[in-house]
Design a binder for this molecule. Structure first.
Ligand SMILES: *Cc1c(COP(=O)(O)O)cnc(C)c1O
Length: 392
């Protein structure tokens, strides 16, 4: 059997994969099993921050692998301590818990919010308000937090204590907080899976105001928006606010699995020895790679991300076959006149890999994609959007 057949026979059918097998890559280029090359505008869903097989990142990881790859959290080790220091220094948050994925980072945030509320207000106050159209993960609890019913079907009962309200409707949040005696609001600064939709500034300002009045916690799910993706180190930095809890994953690892939950001063002491844990969390090799990634996301790289973003918006917002374009930094959603899946297939045919989010074409290129490759890819996108928009 070839890989396609084996996958079909032995792997649980949870993914509708693209019909191609990646065998190697370098930077912003991926190569499939037929030897065909693609410009990568997907980065493994915002994971490969500096592209594929990045030399500096490989060196950081392999140097650590040669020393030791795992110790368990029963011992001290420097890579996770250094990474936590860097994350706290760059955000102003106080403590970090490391895990292995976005869903786990969110689980840790939800547990922290519940622990905080139980200590402050007592056990019977626990509801977290989330936003409709959000995405927070696939575990039973993060599914409950996810405000999209399509993901819930057949998997109920979900964890109780979550209520979702429309995004950008501050009155709806206020009403829900009051009605449910809520302890926190959890949100993505740009809804990724929901269609690459940034929150409105006035809405985020309203959340900050609501926190002042009610002492609820603000939890930013920066699993996708984090680590330079939006043109700031974290998505919330595009707004005038500091969340109480920030979760991140995807791009932090630069290609290896990691989750991080950053705890601000109000919640930094919620967890005590024994109250949370993870066998692999803070893995030294993964953290050594993540430290390399986070150190390279400096002001000059971020300015570059914003400039490339502007280029994509300029080129595509008025292009033929494009209805609308949204997003922040190098996290961009394009609403096509034609069918997004057909556009992706035609792009692959022409050597460009992109993604979808709902009915949109989603772009998540490497943050350091060279300008000539980005131009080449945008030219292909323009052609394909125009071609697939005809006759619709
Ligand atoms: C991808 C994603 C998650 C889930 O992360 P996993 O690593 O797949 O568990 C959670 N929240 C957001 C905003 C995401 O984009």
């Amino acid at each position: 059997m070839n890989t396609f057949e084996k996958d079909g026979q032995y792997i649980a059918h949870t993914y509708a994969r693209f019909p191609l097998q990646i065998v190697s890559g370098k930077g912003s280029i991926l190569t499939d099993s037929e030897g065909k090359e693609y410009i990568d505008l997907g980065t493994g869903i915002a994971v490969n921050t500096f592209g594929t097989a990045d030399e500096e990142w490989i060196q950081a990881v392999t140097e650590q692998l040669k020393k030791f790859s795992h110790t368990s959290n029963l011992f001290y080790s420097s890579p996770c301590a250094d990474l936590a220091e860097e994350l706290c220094r760059r955000t102003g948050l106080k403590k970090v818990f490391f895990s292995n994925s976005g869903a786990e980072a969110n689980e840790c945030a939800i547990k922290a919010a519940r622990g905080f509320a139980a200590q402050k207000w007592g056990q019977d106050r626990y509801t977290i308000i989330t936003l409709q159209n959000s995405f927070h993960g696939r575990t039973i609890t993060t599914l409950a937090a996810t405000g999209q019913d399509v993901f819930h079907q057949d998997f109920t009962p979900l964890t109780e204590g979550f209520v979702s309200v429309p995004a950008n409707d501050i009155q709806a949040v206020r009403d829900a907080v009051k009605e449910h005696n809520a302890i926190a609001v959890m949100f993505e600064t740009v809804q990724g899976e929901g269609g690459v939709l940034p929150l409105e500034e006035s809405f985020v300002a309203g959340l900050v105001q609501l926190r002042e009045e009610t002492e609820i916690l603000l939890i930013a799910d920066e699993v996708q928006t984090g680590n330079g993706r939006t043109g700031q180190l974290y998505g919330y930095m595009n707004y005038d606010m500091l969340p109480d809890i920030v979760t991140t994953a995807k791009g932090l690892g630069g290609g290896l699995p990691i989750g991080a939950t950053l705890l601000g001063n109000r919640v930094e002491s919620v967890y005590q020895p024994g109250s949370h844990g993870s066998t692999f969390g803070g893995n030294p090799a993964v953290c050594a790679g993540a430290l390399n990634v986070i150190r390279r996301i400096d002001e000059s790289l971020l300015a570059d991300v914003r400039a490339k973003s502007q280029y994509i918006f300029d080129q595509l917002s008025q292009a033929e076959g494009v209805k609308s374009i949204s997003g922040l930094g190098l996290m961009i959603g394009i609403e096509p006149v034609g069918d997004a899946k057909a556009i992706l297939a035609e792009c692959r045919e022409r050597g460009v890999i992109a993604l979808t989010a709902k009915n949109k074409v989603r772009l998540l290129p490497p943050l350091n994609i060279p300008m000539d490759l980005l131009q080449q890819a945008v030219d292909v996108l323009k052609d394909v959007f125009a071609q697939c928009g005809k006759g619709e």
